[in-house]
Design a protein around this ligand. Structure first.
Ligand SMILES: Cc1ncc(COP(=O)(O)O)c(C=O)c1O
Length: 450
């Protein structure tokens, strides 16, 4: 597989990003020109302009930070920071004033808007991606005792959801360059009890959907997509979530858009969507909204034991504003990824994120791989960055090493071990400035060469 660095995204279809400037100096190259902001759908007011840089956090926030002795945002570069503005505040106020704050009309509108954005037939909002994944597995047909293959390198929530559905997670290896599930390793993991593959689009980069479609067709398996971090990412020109399969997104604040907590299941089948809607709301076959609008009295029935996985209208109102910001957020993230790549150009100690053919990441994270001797100093390098007021995170340890799975004694997987050992997540979020990115690069350069 031929991989390419993120600067190639400048030529991505429909990308509004400016091509990265040539880097003829060792460090630091010129900052990318920030384009004038295009009006996002939903017509956000001027005071909603991003980024936050230069804006003082609220007094309450300052007080809390001072109390904790934590660094202030003024001189601290966080790993992630959501873009929230006056429009979100107004939207929440409207919900509070409407008197309907639980799952209701805003949730329905958020579902419709997200389905339209990604090109899905149906969307079912939930209180987290974990619960969306649980519902996805159940409505797809995973039954208690079924084995479900997933990558060893992923958020624990992926495996949790399989267990919630009564399934058994089977960990397969990841490609050490893209960090996504390796189709060959997944194929080797298929056994008589395998029912499904839960394919994760890792840290915003689409996995090789074609390879997994072929594998699942050949072996008679269900394919379900964990796109918790991949809203706005595209595979071969189509948004993740548009392929008709159960696909789940997260709206945790470290993701591309946020509702505080929240998730969404998109699905092609109307029957699956209807079942998921009932299961998320105690199993009731009639929603509160439908009962409210009914003339006369509607009485719900419970055909299955359900859950309370409902999103609130307060969160959905935030989500609707965030969705309107999404095109601009994606543009900024693409621009930031390309600028990091430019800053790190020619560094022999570090590999920038590698993009697989046909994949257009949404850059929910920017994860570099430290090479050779630098990898063995990864944790120390992270501590040095933290000492300079720059947040970063180590790569994800393989799930088979976590205490809740360690008793199984799964054999170590080389790709997952390499990713866990050598990767470092760097700050990326809409308000990150080119000057912040130069500060990150300079601090990283010092840490690598001290
Ligand atoms: C791959 C993956 N799946 C699932 C989740 C769980 O998302 P949530 O926190 O919305 O339940 C996450 C969260 O980080 C994730 O990265």
């Amino acid at each position: 597989m031929k991989l390419c660095p993120p600067a190639s995204l400048a030529a991505a279809p429909n990308s509004s990003m400016q091509p990265a400037q040539a880097n003829d100096e060792a460090m630091p190259p010129a900052a990318p020109q920030r384009e004038a902001k295009t009006a996002a759908p939903g017509a956000l007011a001027a005071e909603d302009a991003c980024p936050h840089a230069g804006k003082s956090p609220s007094a309450q926030y300052d007080a809390t930070v001072a109390e904790l002795g934590a660094p202030r945002f003024d001189d601290h570069i966080p790993l992630a920071r959501p873009w929230l503005g006056q429009a979100e505040c107004n939207a929440v106020r409207e919900v509070l004033e409407s008197g309907w704050i639980s799952q209701g009309p805003r949730v329905a509108a958020f579902e419709a808007a997200l389905a339209q954005f990604v090109g899905a037939a149906h969307a079912v909002a939930t209180n987290a991606a974990t619960s969306a994944l649980h519902l996805a597995l159940v409505v797809a047909g995973v039954r208690p005792g079924d084995e479900v293959i997933c990558p060893a390198t992923t958020c624990m929530a992926t495996a949790n959801a399989i267990c919630h559905a009564g399934g058994v997670p089977v960990f397969a290896d990841v490609d050490p360059h893209t960090f996504n599930l390796d189709p060959h390793s997944a194929s080797r993991a298929v056994g008589p009890a395998t029912r499904a593959i839960l394919l994760v689009h890792q840290i915003g980069q689409p996995a090789d959907l074609t390879a997994f479609e072929e594998l699942c067709a050949a072996k008679g398996l269900l394919l379900i997509e964990d796109a918790a971090t991949a809203l706005g990412a595209r595979y071969r020109g189509r948004y993740i979530g548009s392929h008709g399969r159960p696909t789940c997104f997260s709206f945790h604040p470290r993701k591309v858009i946020t509702t505080g907590e929240g998730g969404m299941l998109v699905v092609g089948s109307a029957t699956a969507a209807e079942r998921a809607r009932a299961l998320r709301a105690t199993g009731a076959d009639i929603s509160d909204l439908r009962r409210h609008h009914a003339r006369g009295m509607l009485q719900q029935s419970y055909h299955e034991v359900g859950y309370n996985y409902r999103l609130t209208d307060i969160q959905a109102a935030i989500g609707l504003v965030q969705l309107a910001r999404l095109p601009e957020m994606l543009r900024l993230r693409r621009e930031q990824a390309a600028y990091y790549h430019q800053l790190f150009d020619g560094w022999s100690t570090l590999q920038v994120p590698q993009v697989a053919p046909g994949a257009e990441p949404c850059w929910s994270s920017y994860c570099v791989k430290l090479l050779a001797g630098a990898a063995s100093r990864r944790d120390e390098i992270g501590v040095r960055l933290a000492g300079e007021g720059i947040s970063c995170r180590r790569g994800i340890p393989p799930l088979y090493r976590e205490p809740c799975f360690a008793w199984r004694n799964d054999p170590p997987l080389p790709g997952a071990e390499e990713v866990a050992r050598s990767t470092l997540f760097l700050p990326i979020f809409p308000g990150l400035q080119p000057s912040d990115q130069r500060r990150v690069a300079a601090a990283l350069h010092r840490a690598l060469h001290c």
